[in-house]
Design a protein around this ligand. Structure first.
Ligand code: ATP
Ligand code: MG
Length: 360
């Protein structure tokens, strides 16, 4: 008989450092939630693309690799980066080599203070910080345009050209407004540096003003990125949805993760909102070689990532259960060292799976 069960095919790219540890934990909780929910199936295919394969073959992604990825519904990514490979090589070799051809132009980073965790902000607790940062993920300051001449000479010159196209800025800002509109507060902060950078950044402001006309129910405010860093620390409650360029949002989202308590908690989604290509989901932390292989990596960032992936795949209820169960385990004090606890990756994973089974 033909099954009418929903099936989601997931490509896993654990890659480097703690990537494999957190991805196997993530797959375990996804299997637990799918089994407990009972209305959908998930399949997982592992891709062993990493800095190790790069060092052996000179390539992160083998020939035909992207075509093979494309047949999946989503990609679950660990972390890329190794001590003996320059960061710009690993980043462009693997992460951006997927994000760019797959047109994952919206990078989405939700942040909140989990119950049971501590923010470095005095007096800030659960509920005081609940943001989603939308980052332009296809061009801007990371367009890779520029060059160097007269290498090594005192008169060496390097250019790093930012590219802003109305097409890319508009699709991203529109996506950000839709996100703001879907959240209870319907509030968006558009971040630029349009006082000092008077071309691309002023165009951002213009595009935001145009798009805002289609979202009359969303309140809009503009902020300069420097003032924004102060605002995030001093008035976290006043913010909700934040949209910024590739560079600015990269920095703001690391600040956001730190303010929420640990870099080990937060997720990132690299979305192709047109759904022509699979979207890619990853914890925001890097490969963290200092703790690799020790069994102490915090898997919570990957669990939240997995929940975001489920939401994107249409499994809203399972996503909510996974996130709530993860937060409950944190509140129960079963947390890793980075959150002040003593549990290992496996212990946290088991506790979350147990919590999921109890939730249904
Ligand atoms: P990358 O260069 O890819 O950013 P990284 O090695 O700099 O990788 P980050 O993820 O930026 O690592 O993290 C900085 C530090 O935070 C790590 O060295 C590690 O000690 C800690 N850390 C990161 N992720 C986790 C995690 N999941 N659990 C516990 N600690 C973590
Ligand atoms: Mg780092």
């Amino acid at each position: 008989a033909v099954s009418d069960r929903r099936t989601h095919s997931i490509a896993c790219i654990p890659a480097d450092g703690i990537g494999p540890e957190v991805i196997s934990a993530g797959v375990e909780v996804l299997k637990a939630v799918a089994a407990a929910d009972g209305t959908f199936d998930m399949t997982f295919e592992d891709y062993d693309w990493s800095s190790e394969t790069y060092k052996k073959t000179g390539k992160y992604i083998p020939d035909g690799g992207l075509d093979s990825l494309k047949k999946h519904d989503a990609i679950l990514f660990g972390a890329v980066g190794a001590p003996d490979v320059p960061d710009h090589i690993s980043l462009w070799g693997l992460r951006l080599a997927i994000c760019q051809p797959f047109q994952q132009y919206a990078n989405v980073r939700p942040t909140k203070i989990f119950r049971g965790t501590q923010s470095p902000l005095r007096n800030a607790t659960h509920g005081d910080l609940d943001w989603v940062i939308i980052r332009e993920n296809s061009e801007g300051e990371y367009a890779g345009q520029g060059g160097r001449s007269h290498r090594g000479m005192p008169w060496e010159v390097a250019t790093e050209v930012s590219i802003f196209t109305r097409h890319a800025v508009e699709r991203l800002i529109r996506f950000a407004f839709e996100t703001a509109q879907s959240r209870p507060r319907k509030h968006i902060t558009v971040v630029t540096k349009s006082n000092a950078q008077r071309n691309g950044m002023v165009m951002w402001d213009d595009v935001a003003a145009d798009v805002a006309k289609d979202f009359q129910d969303v309140t809009v405010e503009k902020m300069l990125v420097d003032a924004m860093t102060c605002r995030m620390v001093l008035q976290p409650k006043s913010l909700d949805t934040i949209v910024a360029t590739n560079l600015h949002a990269d920095i703001l989202s690391d600040l956001a993760a730190a303010l929420a308590g640990s870099i080990g908690i937060a997720p990132t989604s690299n979305l192709d909102p047109t759904r022509q290509n699979p979207s890619m989901f990853e914890p925001i932390h890097g490969s963290a070689f200092d703790i690799t292989g020790k069994g102490v990596a915090n898997p919570v960032g990957t669990f939240w990532t997995a929940a975001e992936m489920l939401k994107w795949l249409g499994e809203k209820e399972a996503a909510e259960v996974l996130l709530q169960c993860t937060e409950q385990v944190c509140e129960n004090g079963i947390v890793t060292r980075d959150l002040g606890g003593s549990a290992g990756t496996v212990e946290v994973t088991k506790a979350v799976c147990e919590q999921i089974r109890k939730a249904y």
